[in-house]
Design a protein around this ligand. Structure first.
Ligand code: GDP
Ligand code: ZN
Length: 308
């Protein structure tokens, strides 16, 4: 039988088949169809199962990965999704554009369309923050300012999520859970406490989970949300430096103008990317973000080796 993986906690997977869920485990240590045995399944995966045993994973349409520092491997965050909805916020916690940049790179490299959502529109963004938010729109992403508190923009966000399977991604504290609860009152995710790290037992915060249309109170629709644990820091590993550059859309667009074939835009002469920064056509902080992400990957690779 074919089932949809909703969640995996310590190798026990919640699998849904014809609106019934059951807990399953893997047959054997290595799963047929999966590349590695550490995290063979993610919310959104389709599997073949028999009783309580998962026999095989179906090929994925796409998959969002994240580097796991402890194991130095690439962890599947969500599989077979229509879009990444990337949450940020202004105020508290402070706006962190470089986190959003990195998450956008991961979405680009996974071939998944991304939408940027900036929550807490009831709090004022500084001019510098607003300028940096506007960059995302300028390079072609849809950007939505919303507020879970006042309800501003939530109807638009509901439309964006309707009849799609979306993975919601963001740093802890940006108000992702509050937004889900405000849009889908049936959900009642836990929100809010200051010291989330002490709440280790709560799966909403520690494990990704696919929320079905029924759980969202949208029965009969194809809407599904993969809620992911709020993350503290995001590193890009397991890709080449050219891939990182290609994940910054406006840098990728400028790169063909560089004189040096395979330009990294860091030290080569006649670099179209650095020239665009000098002319004020490429936001200096987006360039700095690229340079930092690349240097970060090089340092971590020296320290940990290439991830498995
Ligand atoms: P998550 O970690 O992203 O799931 O964030 P939570 O939903 O738990 O929210 C973190 C904190 O931000 C809580 O104290 C919320 O009350 C607050 N918060 C969420 N949305 C808004 C908003 O739109 N405006 C303001 N001012 N605070 C918000
Ligand atoms: Zn260059």
């Amino acid at each position: 039988m074919t089932g949809l993986v909703l969640q995996g906690i310590n190798n026990i997977f919640t699998v849904m088949h014809e609106n019934q869920t059951r807990l399953c485990r893997l047959k054997g240590k290595v799963l047929d169809g999966a590349e590695n045995s550490y995290n063979p399944l993610a919310p959104g995966d389709l599997v073949e199962f028999e009783g309580e045993l998962i026999l095989r994973r179906h090929p994925r349409r796409n998959c969002l990965f994240r580097w796991n520092r402890k194991r130095n491997n690439m962890q599947a965050v969500a599989a077979n999704v229509d879009q990444v909805v990337l949450f940020g916020s202004v105020g508290e916690p402070p706006f962190r554009p470089r986190f959003i940049d990195r998450a956008l790179v991961l979405a680009e490299l996974a071939g998944i369309p991304a939408v940027v959502v900036i929550n807490k529109s009831d709090l004022t963004a500084t001019a510098a923050e607003q300028e940096r938010i506007d960059v995302y729109r300028q390079v072609g992403y849809r950007v939505h300012r919303i507020s879970a508190l006042t309800g501003d923009g939530l109807e638009d966000l509901r439309h964006i999520l309707a009849d799609k399977r979306s993975v919601l991604y963001g740093q802890s504290g940006v108000g992702k859970s509050s937004c889900i609860n405000a849009m889908y009152p049936d959900c009642k995710l836990k929100t809010g406490e200051v010291s989330r790290k002490h709440n280790r037992g709560r799966h909403t915060t520690n494990y990704g989970r696919l929320l079905t249309a029924a759980e969202l109170g949208s029965q009969g629709s194809a809407t599904a949300i993969i809620d992911t644990p709020g993350i503290r820091e995001l590193h890009i590993m397991g890709y080449t430096e050219y891939e990182i550059a290609s994940g910054y859309r406006e840098i990728a667009a400028l790169a063909p103008g560089c004189s040096y074939n395979g330009c990294t835009h860091i030290h080569e002469p006649d670099c179209a990317v650095r020239a665009a920064v000098d002319r004020g056509e490429l936001h200096p902080d987006r360039f700095a973000s690229y340079a930092k992400t690349r240097a970060d990957m090089q340092d971590l690779t020296k320290q940990y080796g290439v991830p498995r």
